[in-house]
Design a protein around this ligand. Structure first.
Ligand code: ARG
Length: 223
């Protein structure tokens, strides 16, 4: 049987921003992590090839609109604002926003951040919230540059997803996490608005990979 829509050419082109361990990051030349592995498992199930394309997070949704990518797999939050341009598959993970700060910053609560500069990644939920709540916001295309700015004192905190912040913590012992009370966010794959048939097929694959423990195993491997 011929697969519908984006799946019909036997190839799934996946946009990501490989700066977000454990979800997607470079290991040498390879992009690895929870998202690439889940997407490859979906590809195997559907018998389509998977090609991962690294780009700035801020370009992922546009790349789906223009056909440069079929889906986005980038620890993407199901943000209602995004639904204008893309749909989302069923969710496969969740996280929450926290502040990544320097250990010696003296920052103890959100109040201490009032007049400070908040770093974020362009196009993310963290950036959206930072723009709403703070006067001084700095946006970076890639997270490592935001972390460098934090370490150099150019920003005072980074508002970002906790799971990925934990990986930056593990690699930089001058940093720590300050919890905040933001709501939990669901991660899903972004897909074109006209791709309901392909979306249902991908959702079925996600469900099977959840039911047989594959996704849990992948998450465990990278946590
Ligand atoms: N969950 C957040 C969002 O969707 C951040 C995702 C960042 N992902 C990345 N691969 N850099 O806005």
């Amino acid at each position: 049987d011929k697969l519908p829509g984006i799946l019909a050419d036997g190839k799934l082109t996946v946009a990501t921003s490989a700066d977000f361990a454990p979800y997607e990051f470079y290991e040498g030349e390879d992009i690895v992590g929870i998202d690439p592995e889940i997407v490859k498992a979906i590809g195997e199930k559907l018998k389509v090839d998977v090609e991962i394309k690294d780009m700035d997070f801020n370009n992922i949704i546009a790349s789906i609109g223009s056909g440069r990518a079929d889906i986005g797999a980038a620890g993407m939050t199901v943000d209602p604002k995004r639904l204008e341009n893309v749909n989302f598959t069923d969710t496969y993970a969740s996280s929450t926003q926290i502040f990544l700060i320097k250990k010696d910053s003296g920052i103890k609560s959100k109040d201490d951040l009032k007049d400070k500069t908040i770093g974020s990644q362009l196009g993310t939920v963290g950036n959206e919230i930072a723009e709403e709540e703070f006067d001084k916001v700095s946006a970076f295309a890639k997270y490592p540059d935001a972390v460098l700015a934090l370490q150099n004192g150019k920003v005072d905190a980074i508002l970002m997803d906790k799971t990925s912040a934990e990986k930056f913590l593990a690699a930089n012992d001058d940093l720590e996490i300050m919890e905040a009370d933001y709501e939990s966010e669901d991660y899903a794959f972004a897909i074109g608005k006209e791709e309901d048939e392909a979306k249902e097929i991908i959702n079925k694959a996600i469900k099977e990979l959840q039911d047989d423990g594959t996704i849990e195993e992948i998450v465990k491997k990278y946590k």
